[in-house]
Design a protein around this ligand. Structure first.
Ligand code: DQA
Length: 153
């Protein structure tokens, strides 16, 4: 099973960026933990970070061979119709991830344009949010394999 992981804008700065909100772990640390868990779960990961909306759209459009997508769209969560439409178009089960609890922060972060087209959202568990998302992705892909016609949401 292959899972595509997409980290959105400014997540390359993790560790140095607003550590009181996002924690002290770097993106490298998170990716290392993801790869370790992926090995345990028998999942193959393809991990990307981009600060560019169009590049993220391209990654999603090219994701048809993946069992699931894990995406932290970062600031694009709240603004990007293009990323939302790409997810809706490919129909690859998508899990939305946030390090912080977006509903406990500024009002402009309470709205996710991505959530309605995602299978689900994991928000507020710091770096652990990604690991929970990977477990969810493995669960969804296995459920789909054993019963391809069954809807997972
Ligand atoms: C974030 C939350 C977003 O509101 C913010 O713009 C980010 C990170 C998170 O992981 O908590 O860049 O997606």
């Amino acid at each position: 099973m292959k899972v595509l992981v997409i980290h959105g804008p400014n997540l390359n700065l993790l560790g140095a960026r607003e550590a009181e909100i996002y924690g002290s772990r770097t993106l490298g640390d998170i990716n290392k933990a993801l790869k370790k868990l992926a090995k345990e779960l028998g999942v193959v990961l393809s991990i990307h970070q981009s600060n560019h909306e169009g590049e993220i759209v391209d990654l999603i459009q090219n994701s048809k061979s993946y069992g699931a997508i894990i995406i932290n769209p970062a600031a694009y969560t709240h603004t990007s119709v293009a990323i939302r439409d790409a997810i809706a178009a490919v129909q690859v089960p998508t899990i939305e991830v946030h390090l912080s609890n977006i509903y406990g922060r500024e009002k402009f972060r309470h709205k996710s344009l991505i959530a309605p087209v995602a299978i689900g959202q994991i928000s507020g568990f710091g770096a652990e949010s990604y690991l929970l998302a990977l477990r969810a992705a493995a669960y969804i892909a296995n459920a789909k394999r054993s019963n391809p016609k069954k809807k997972t949401s």
